[in-house]
Design a protein around this ligand. Structure first.
Ligand code: SAH
Length: 268
């Protein structure tokens, strides 16, 4: 029997775990650290890209923490079903409210009810477009809960019941909310105190003042016959600032007439 190949031989195995996720968190809650709870069918996709570079170091240093809550553990019946056909017919599958609901309730345990202190978000192409301003607000919260959809999305009643806000990362459709969640969390975590080496970089970058950033250059001063603009080498801070501002305005005007119009409105 022992050498008989298993039924799943040669297939990629997906092994749902029934272990309560609370037992899987590696460390106890770090007092005061910003925390994100992710409700997902695919917890193995986290921390993903957030585990690298500055966000990864900050995670290791305990400046923020991440807990995944696996939807499959709340699945129903022998097969741990999490989805079913859309009511009214049509293509695909919808995540069941009696599966997503209990997962959201687990996530809610021990978190503030005030959505400013603890936003509860569903990643969704129908959501409010994610912006730098939203990242700034999320970073000011104690933490947040993020629900990642799959298939055709989640049953609408779950969104109503738990007062979940929908957030989109752009006008396109992904297969799941995990990449969107990671993009949103990355933009938020880098605004937390002490995550970036240089806090000024979040003050001067694109969107923080309603404009896109000016071009950036670094050594060597000449590359493939292209020189760094003279003014940047002048050492004259006033002139450098004026040049950057001018470039920033020019680029915003050309590429993002929507941002430019909003900027002009604000100045009035
Ligand atoms: N049927 C849905 C799309 C489902 S895509 C519709 O037409 O609106 C599957 C999941 O991917 C969604 O539940 C959502 O969590 C995620 N997703 C897809 N595109 C996204 C986007 N632009 N922003 C955020 N999440 C997205």
């Amino acid at each position: 029997m022992a050498d008989k190949p298993s039924k799943s031989h040669g297939r990629l195995a997906v092994r749902p775990t029934l272990k309560p996720t609370e037992l899987m968190t590696e460390r106890p809650d770090l007092a005061g650290a910003w925390k994100v709870k992710i409700v997902t069918l695919f917890p193995e996709t986290f921390p993903g890209v957030l585990g690298s570079s500055l966000t990864g170091k900050a995670l290791q240093d305990g400046l923020w923490q991440l807990e995944t809550i696996e939807l499959r553990g709340f699945g129903i019946g022998k097969h741990k079903d999490v989805d079913a056909k859309p009511a009214g017919g049509g293509a695909g599958l919808v995540l069941k409210p009696d599966v997503v609901g209990p997962a959201m309730e687990q996530a809610r345990r021990g978190t503030p009810v005030n959505p400013k202190a603890w936003p509860v978000i569903y990643m969704s192409p129908r959501g409010k477009p994610f912006t730098q301003e939203m990242a700034q607000n999320f970073a000011k919260a104690e933490g947040m809960t993020v629900l990642c959809g799959r298939f055709e999305g989640v049953d609408e009643r779950v969104l109503e019941e738990y007062n979940i806000q929908e957030v989109s990362i752009g006008d396109f459709v992904l297969t799941g909310g995990e990449i969107a969640a990671q993009a949103m969390i990355d933009a938020t975590v880098r605004l937390l105190p002490n995550v970036l080496g240089n806090a000024d970089s979040t003050v001067e970058e694109s969107f923080s003042n309603g404009l896109l950033e000016h071009p950036q250059y670094t050594k060597p001063t000449e590359w493939k016959g292209r020189k760094i603009p003279e003014v940047l080498q002048s050492g004259h801070h006033g002139k450098v600032d004026a040049w950057r501002r001018e470039q920033s305005e020019k680029i915003t005007k050309e590429r993002r007439p929507d941002l430019w119009a909003a900027h002009l409105d604000k100045e009035d």
